[in-house]
Design a protein around this ligand. Structure first.
Ligand code: NAP
Length: 433
């Protein structure tokens, strides 16, 4: 058994990785690390864990259970790993050290070791000057696919007339693009040097008072992301994978994303993939069983299509920045942040988390909507292969919302309904399981 300094390992078994078969092997009582999160994190993660436990117990009749193991990140990690350090102490430390306190090595090692984890949202501390704990976690564990299912739950208020037409899964590249963090402020030595270099070497003119950011998109990063999206589509019987890009303008990054995506489908999935042209020429517009249509759309057009023809799209693969914009826009169509789940998935390691942040103004009020965290738990259950428990939870959520038992955010939109608290909502879901 592995030894940790501050993490207590519960009874239970470790999820194993079968490299040859390319899959995880899940015991009946897996140890799952969780990060409770900052702000509203502890409230929503507590609700999610209770509901997951109740669903697993009910569906598998005691044959399966989860051994939760708390690992620390964010404010609680500072209490555990930075005990006694004042704000001034932290301000004077270098960025790496501060990160090691808010996102301890032990936490990363525990997640790597136990393979699958779930987390609440985290605040990025002001001290240290690093970008974001979440981005750090994704990069350090190489969780290269940010997976966001966007589907409609009956009864949820929506700004569009037919929210039920949306049922997509977005695979957003998580490690590259302008989010790689390669950027320098206006007037910095690095920005000045780069501007000078570009001018001298390539005759490119950039204004002296510019900040500079770099947008790397690689063949390797693109192909592993698109591969994951296609494998998912095949496994789940989805009908199409759409490459979303802005390749008409950014030809060698976004355009290359499209080209490498198509190349990969020819190299690795030639027997199952059909093009949009073939779909009409050979199959009269009907996707045959076992086949997947591969198509591409320019990002601005895709934003329109989300609104006008959402039912024509299924799985989307996107570079980082497009993926960020599009997934929030799509989530808004089916009810918004309080119910939008997500997962960060690498080759095997996966960390599930809601899309929303720590909503600090609601901290400790037992008020916010835990559905996004609960549905992130459903994604986790599906990743474990425990789909029955996930389905039971989704059905119970739908039933609870149909009974108009909802938290403030949905009550506000539905109008004329008294909201329930986070814990009352969770209790109602458990009752409806
Ligand atoms: P936010 O925390 O997502 O909150 C923005 C607003 O969204 C809230 O004020 C609330 O709207 C609504 N909302 C969010 N979660 C909700 C829930 N569970 N139930 C009901 N309503 C919910 O975004 P933010 O204020 O921009 O960010 C706050 C902090 O979170 C920042 O430090 C940011 O870095 C961090 N963050 C972390 C993650 C992550 O850990 N993955 C992701 C995003 C942001 P109303 O005020 O209208 O009620």
């Amino acid at each position: 058994m592995v030894e940790f300094k501050h993490v207590t390992v519960p009874e239970g078994e470790k999820i194993e990785i079968d490299q040859q078969a390319g899959k995880i092997v899940v015991p009946d009582n897996p140890i799952i690390p969780y990060i409770r999160g900052d702000g509203i994190g502890p409230e929503v993660t507590a609700a999610a864990r209770q509901i997951i436990d109740a669903a697993v117990a009910k569906v598998y009749g005691g044959r399966r259970s989860i051994s939760w193991m708390e690992v620390y990140a964010g404010e609680v990690a500072r209490e555990v790993y930075g005990e006694g350090l004042s704000d001034e102490d932290l301000q004077s430390m270098d960025a790496e050290k501060v990160r090691g306190i808010y996102l301890p090595k032990e936490t990363l090692e525990a997640i790597k070791h136990f393979v699958v984890a779930i987390k609440g949202p985290l605040t990025t501390p002001v001290a240290g000057g690093f970008r974001s704990l979440n981005v750090g976690l994704r990069q350090m564990l190489d969780l290269y696919a940010n997976v966001r299912p966007i589907f409609y739950i009956k009864g949820v208020p929506s700004p569009v007339r037919h929210p039920e037409k949306m049922n997509m899964v977005l695979f957003r590249e998580n490690t590259e693009d302008v989010y790689a963090g390669i950027e320098w402020p206006r007037g910095s030595e690095e920005a000045r040097k780069l501007i000078h270099y570009l001018q001298e070497e390539f005759g490119v003119k950039i204004r002296e008072d510019s900040g500079i950011g770099i947008k790397p998109i690689s063949e390797f990063g693109t192909k592993r992301l698109v591969r994951k999206a296609i494998l998912y589509a095949l496994e789940k019987g989805r009908k199409s994978v759409t490459l979303v890009h802005k390749g008409n303008i950014m030809k060698y990054t976004e355009g290359a994303f499209r080209d490498w995506g198509y190349e990969l489908t020819r190299e690795e999935f030639g027997d199952v993939i059909i093009t949009e042209a073939e779909l009409w020429e050979k199959y009269n517009g009907e996707v045959p069983d076992g086949k997947i249509v591969i198509k591409d759309r320019i990002a601005d057009n895709m934003l329109q299509q989300l609104l006008t023809r959402p039912n024509e799209y299924d799985v989307l693969a996107l570079p980082n920045l497009n993926g960020d914009y599009l997934s929030d826009a799509a989530a808004a169509q089916v009810g918004g942040l309080g119910i939008a789940p997500g997962g960060n998935i690498g080759d095997f390691i996966a960390v599930f988390e809601p899309i929303h942040g720590t909503a600090p103004k609601y901290t400790g009020q037992n008020k916010v909507n835990p559905t996004a965290e609960i549905l992130s738990g459903c994604m986790m259950l599906e990743y474990l292969g425990w789909d029955e428990a996930s389905t039971a939870i989704k059905n119970a959520i739908e039933k609870t919302i149909a009974q108009k038992v909802v938290t403030y955010d949905l009550a506000r939109q539905l109008g004329g309904i008294d909201p329930v608290s986070t814990s009352e909502y969770a209790a109602a879901i458990i009752k409806n399981l």
